[in-house]
Design a binder for this molecule. Structure first.
Ligand code: 5AD
Ligand code: SF4
Length: 467
């Protein structure tokens, strides 16, 4: 079934290619939001390139514009309206095709708003119909129709579509779709549907292929990676991969891949077997992203996170005991409804105790249809912003202290490229995601090498290759 659906889409790719064989056509994709959306955009780019489209150079006009939207926070809506407005003139002049897709298109009020206010959009499609993009595009080109292709039920997992990756060293691999957690502030479970895991053999085959193509680093993606395979049938599997821990061990065995990252796990599902798998698998990054959201047990309860402040801290210390070199990054929301000064102090307390390497900080944003949106005591904007600034200030102080720990240590670096201003200087990242600049020959780009850290400069470290 799955194969037939994809075969049909491949036929549409051929048809579009045939229609455009004597023309040079360009595409432009603007991606908003998380790495899962980035990965979806890589698939759209893959389909477009198979059809014969080329990426447009910065600032030049395209024949097709795709806006891949996110709806996790409110400001993305304003950004989208601005972009669609800008594209109107370009469309009038060049007859470009405009497509809008992604999470926001799964929201009924957004579909209606776009239809009403921006009727010149050619294709609107959602997260569950991405694989049908070739068919939608073919119909727009050949029949000049406007298309709305949105499914409200969970999409199936389709394998075998082309992909054009953004980097040739580090690749994202989606391992599961959807989320079952329903954190009370979050729109994702409503727009991405229930958890579905990709087959382990498809994931392993994709990563083996990446390794053959020279990729050194993979990031395993999902809304809740450590519940991988939880909702799938596990009997009679020949590969014995029935959990996230099993998957980590299997990926760790793939030759050529040197760094394995994953985002995002949920603290409530960070089980002993996952900790043991990370400990055993030396390729797995020692920077563990562990979304905290709030340090207050009371706020965490209202957020439906299913752990307390103490349980989070215990988990951190358990991981540290098993894997002493582990460090952490996190997501924090400030200004959740009813958050008191005391609750916020608890968040600052956890930040001080864990000493995060990186914090992705968010101001709480009301999302229609979520339980938190209906809570009465929403926090005034001014207080939210003040708390955000206080958290940022605390974190920046910690960054400087943290960086000092690196001085004199030897770090494994994936070399990403040369510095823009000086081509004798290379730049790369430690497995804990710190930027390191150092002198070296261009031939090292794409390799994983060891560098000794000489000094720290707040947002980057300086290293030496010959130590
Ligand atoms: N408001 C602010 N931040 C949010 N996030 C998710 N929903 C919201 C919201 N309504 C943040 C969480 C999540 C990250 C991807 O986005 O911190 O981990
Ligand atoms: Fe949203 Fe919570 Fe699911 Fe993450 S785990 S996607 S925050 S509902």
């Amino acid at each position: 079934m799955n194969k037939e659906v994809i075969e049909e889409q491949i036929q549409y790719i051929r048809k579009v290619k045939e229609m455009m064989k004597n023309e040079k056509k360009y595409y432009n994709i603007l991606t908003m939001g998380c790495q899962l959306n980035e990965n979806d955009s890589e698939k759209l780019a893959g389909m477009l390139e198979e059809m014969g489209y080329k990426p447009a150079k910065n600032g030049t006009v395209s024949d097709i514009y795709i806006l891949n939207t996110c709806c996790v926070r409110e400001n993305a809506e304003e950004k989208l309206f601005g972009k669609v407005g800008e594209l109107k003139k370009i469309k009038q002049k060049n007859n470009s095709i405009i497509a809008v897709c992604g999470c926001m298109m799964q929201e009924k009020h957004m579909q209606d708003k776009l239809k009403e206010s921006y009727p010149y959009i050619d294709i609107i499609f959602g997260t569950h119909t991405l694989h049908k993009f070739p068919e939608d595009l073919y119909k727009v080109i050949s029949e000049k129709n406007k298309i709305k292709d949105i499914l409200d039920i969970d999409g199936e997992i389709y394998e075998g579509l082309p992909i054009k990756r953004n980097s040739n060293k580090s690749a994202s691999v989606t391992i599961m779709y959807g989320c079952n957690n329903f954190c009370s502030y979050c729109i994702v479970p409503y727009v991405r549907g229930r958890e579905r895991s990709r087959n382990p053999e498809d994931i392993i085959a994709e990563i083996e292929q990446l390794s053959k193509e020279g990729y050194k680093e993979v990031t395993l993606l999902g809304q809740n990676v450590n519940s991988y395979m939880r909702t799938e049938k596990k009997e009679n599997r020949s590969d014995n991969i029935t959990s996230f821990a099993d998957l980590l061990r299997a990926v760790n065995k793939i030759q050529g891949i040197e760094v394995i990252k994953f985002i995002s796990p949920h603290p409530k599902d960070f089980t002993e077997d996952v900790i043991q798998a990370i400990k055993e698998c030396k390729k797995v990054s020692r920077l563990i992203h562990l979304p905290l959201q709030s340090g207050s047990t009371e706020v965490l309860r209202k957020m439906n996170r299913k752990y307390t402040k103490e349980q989070y801290l215990e988990l951190v210390s358990k991981i540290k005991t098993e894997i002493p070199e582990a460090v952490f990054s996190t997501d924090i929301i400030v200004g959740f409804p009813e958050e008191t000064e005391k609750d916020f102090q608890d968040t600052l307390d956890v930040v001080k105790k864990v000493n995060f390497e990186q914090i992705f900080m968010f101001i709480y944003s009301r999302r229609k249809g979520t339980p938190a949106d209906k809570m009465e005591s929403q926090i005034p904007e001014e207080i939210k912003h003040k708390r955000f600034d206080r958290l940022k200030e605390l974190f920046e102080k910690q960054v400087e202290l943290n960086n000092k720990k690196y001085i004199g240590t030897i770090q494994k670096i994936l070399v990403e490229g040369t510095s823009k201003n000086n081509d004798k200087m290379l730049t790369g990242r430690t497995t804990t995601n710190k930027i390191v600049n150092f002198e070296g020959s261009k031939s090292l780009v794409g390799q994983v090498i060891e560098v000794k850290i000489a000094s720290e400069h707040k947002w980057y470290l300086k290293g030496e290759k010959n130590f």
